[in-house]
Design a protein around this ligand. Structure first.
Ligand code: C2E
Ligand code: MG
Ligand code: MG
Length: 675
């Protein structure tokens, strides 16, 4: 297993320094212990003169060590046990050397059990010997080194000795961690102390009681083993409970906090060994639908079943977590056996292939996995996690099953963040120049008259000049700027509509809205307010919704679109045919119009397949009684063909390119229907 392997190896960059440290500590410990044994342990009791109570105590120390527990957080998986209570008791009852023998025996046994290399076991014995030496010196300074008689000074001495033992061993562990990770040693020391001190304090407090029993008779030592082991169990349960704080109560998988700890441990090992770690996030599609259609009970069962599928034949070392809701996360390191991150993502995704059966219902689950790999896609947990999330989002947008992070998915690249900041500043001032609308006329194919216009965003950046609207939308859509932007667009468009009214043109206005707008009910309130303020009929405003916009959170979007439709607004499905579930949207939404995407329209004369798609869509619109607008009409042949098929309206360069407000007015004044 990788963790054991790590303990038995030195860090790659400076093995010399590491082994040097080990050798130095071992030498100091041996000298110190020898010094105390020879010169300082006046009360030395040779093992063969020792009473049976001593043998019993030492034996119990070994037994205690045979049942070690994992204590505290996962950060270095410390193994704590109760041998310290017996060691301290032995020390204050029979002296330093017997305590050293009991302690070293216990640590050696632990080494055997955990599978330490010999040098590592020897180092551990040395390290604890050093702690015991510190404890003995403290005890001697306070009590004069005389054996346990039960005075108050001695009681104080035991506490001080216990503290010295704990602090020394903590410092040693932290120093060794520092040799591995290069972090400041006191952060490790502090973390270790925080998780260790309740156990150590309890053990220290029991030692004088046990000593009092030991000087009385061996059978009192035997009897005291029962309460001591009970206390141990209680502490172990508490530790277990503390571990529960890292778990998701529903599925038993790790939670976000536990996942971070597990992944960070893998990153430390990978950094040291120059290997890779894959961090993956899986998000289920339409899980909210399952919850609302079948109830939260079924939703919960589905998550539990999924967790079981993920855990089934899980390779050791792979961390699996539920992050809350319908999100799962995975971390797997090359050291644990991961070879290909994308293969790993495919494997996770494949576990969704079979429908989940809960009671009578069979549920098809779908989802997307985002992958970020250490060190290429990020060097720390936070970055990798964020990048995996971005990759997951991207995979979802493309209706794919998995995607690995690529910088271009990131809408928060420094360049885009700057654009976002500039855009926000431009929107903060109602009259600041920069954000503007161009208008492209929409023409009735039957009469050749202008029926309205589509408002198209134009942003003039002070340095970059005109910025492509698609880039602006992609940048703003993930932030609160989108709302400000759409509100500005709606405001300018309605003002223009009012202006046309004044000029005697009764047109309609088509405005594009984004995913983010449709997810919050406030947008509806804003529209209602603006329509009333400008005093135009709601039916003259047409909202163009793109299909990708509907993918995000269908239920909330559907609810909000319904509210807008109830207000009397026209709902237009933009870029029809390019999305993934056009037909489904047509059924679920109160659509009043379809806009056939320009990729089908522009070249329909040359391409029979596009011609078939366009003519069928026009028929579909007629059958469903919704309007049809063709976009991207660039020449007369296409216009004529559309008219022959009975398409109601069209827009495109053939009629006019998008124009500034003034240009549009001039164009309008001169436009004559060509029949
Ligand atoms: P869209 O809503 O499908 O807009 C039509 C796009 O086709 C416009 O691109 C328009 O300039 C272009 N176009 C019009 N006639 C022709 C033609 O004959 N041939 C060709 N090849 N193209 C034509 P534009 O202005 O670059 O806008 C791109 C997209 O950005 C829009 O696609 C829309 O999805 C989005 N967008 C524009 N303004 C806004 C806005 O205010 N809010 C939101 N949310 N999205 C907007
Ligand atoms: Mg549009
Ligand atoms: Mg379009």
């Amino acid at each position: 297993m990788a963790t054991t392997l790590m303990r038995n190896t030195a860090p790659r960059e400076h093995p010399g320094r590491y082994y040097g440290f080990i050798a130095a500590v071992t030498t100091i410990a041996v000298m110190g212990a020898l010094g105390v044994a020879v010169f300082g342990d006046a009360t030395y009791v040779g093992p063969f003169d020792a009473p049976f109570a001593f043998w019993l105590t030492a034996g119990l120390a070994l037994v205690a060590e045979l049942r070690p527990t994992r204590w505290g957080g996962l950060w270095m998986s410390p193994i704590a046990s109760i041998f310290v209570v017996y060691v301290l008791t032995t020390m204050i009852t029979w002296g330093f050397v017997p305590a050293l023998i009991a302690q070293s025996g216990a640590i050696a046994l632990l080494g055997l059990q955990v599978g330490y290399a010999v040098w590592r076991a020897v180092y551990n014995i040395a390290q604890t010997a050093l702690a015991l030496t510190a404890a003995w010196l403290t005890w001697t300074v306070i009590t004069g080194g005389q054996m346990w008689t039960g005075t108050l000074t001695q009681l104080f001495g035991v506490f001080a000795a216990g503290a010295a033992w704990t602090l020394t061993s903590t410092a040693m562990v932290a120093l060794l961690m520092r040799m591995r990770t290069g972090d400041a040693w006191h952060t490790h020391a502090w973390q270790w102390l925080k998780s260790e001190w309740p156990l150590r304090a309890t053990q220290t407090a029991i030692a004088p009681i046990l000593a009092a029993a030991a000087v009385q008779s061996w059978w009192l030592v035997a009897a005291s083993a029962i309460p001591i082991f009970s206390v141990y169990r209680i502490l172990q349960t508490a530790a277990e409970r503390e571990k529960q704080a890292d778990r998701d109560p529903l599925t038993g998988l790790l939670n976000r906090k536990g996942f971070q700890q597990a992944a960070e441990a893998k990153l430390v090992d990978a950094e040291e060994t120059g290997t890779t770690v894959a961090v993956m996030i899986l998000d289920l599609d339409r899980f909210a639908d399952v919850n609302s259609a079948l109830g939260h009970d079924v939703g919960d069962k589905l998550l539990v079943e999924l967790a079981e599928r993920f855990m089934a034949d899980k390779p050791p070392g792979k961390a699996i977590a539920r992050l809350g809701g319908d999100e799962f996360a995975f971390a797997w390191a090359e050291l644990d056996g991961m070879t290909d991150p994308l293969e790993c993502a495919r494997e996770i995704r494949a576990r969704l292939d079979k429908a989940i059966v809960i009671g009578e219902v069979s549920i098809e689950v779908d989802g997307s996995v985002g992958v970020a790999v250490f060190p290429d896609d990020g060097r720390d947990f936070q970055t990798l996690f964020r990048h995996a999330d971005i990759a997951m989002d991207e995979s979802k947008k493309r209706a794919g099953t998995y995607a690995r992070y690529a910088p271009e998915f990131d809408h928060h690249s420094p360049e885009r963040l700057m654009l976002l900041g500039d855009l926000r500043r431009a929107l903060d001032h109602p009259d600041a120049p920069g954000v503007n609308l161009y208008y492209q006329p929409q023409i009735s194919l039957a009469t050749g008259e202008v029926i309205g216009a589509e408002a198209l965003l134009r942003y003039h950046h002070p340095v970059r000049g005109m910025v492509n609207p698609a880039e602006i939308i992609a940048t703003a859509e993930h932030s609160s700027v989108m709302r400000m932007l759409t509100e500005r667009v709606v405001d300018i468009a309605l003002r223009r509509l009012k202006h046309w009214d004044g000029e005697g043109y009764r047109l309609r206005m088509a405005v594009n809205v984004s995913v983010r707008d449709l997810q919050s009910p406030e947008f509806t309130d804003y529209l209602t307010d603006r329509i009333a303020t400008y005093g135009v009929e709601a039916s003259r405003l047409q909202l163009e919704i793109t299909e990708s916009a509907l993918m995000a959170d269908p239920r909330r979007v559907v609810d909000n679109v319904q509210r807008l439709s109830d207000l009397g607004l026209g709902i237009s499905l933009d870029d029809f045919g390019t999305g993934f579930s056009s037909m489904q949207h047509l059924r679920r939404l109160p659509v009043t119009e379809i806009k056939i995407d320009k990729t089908f329209v522009t070249n329909l004369i040359e391409r029979a397949d596009n011609a078939a798609i366009v003519s069928t869509t026009i028929d579909l619109g007629r059958a469903l009684d919704v309007g049809v607008v063709a976009e991207g009409v660039e020449d007369e042949k296409v216009r004529k063909q559309l008219e022959d098929w009975g398409c109601a309206a069209a827009q495109g360069w053939h009629f006019a390119k998008p124009m500034s407000a003034d240009d549009f007015d001039r164009w309008l004044a001169h436009h004559r229907p060509d029949r």
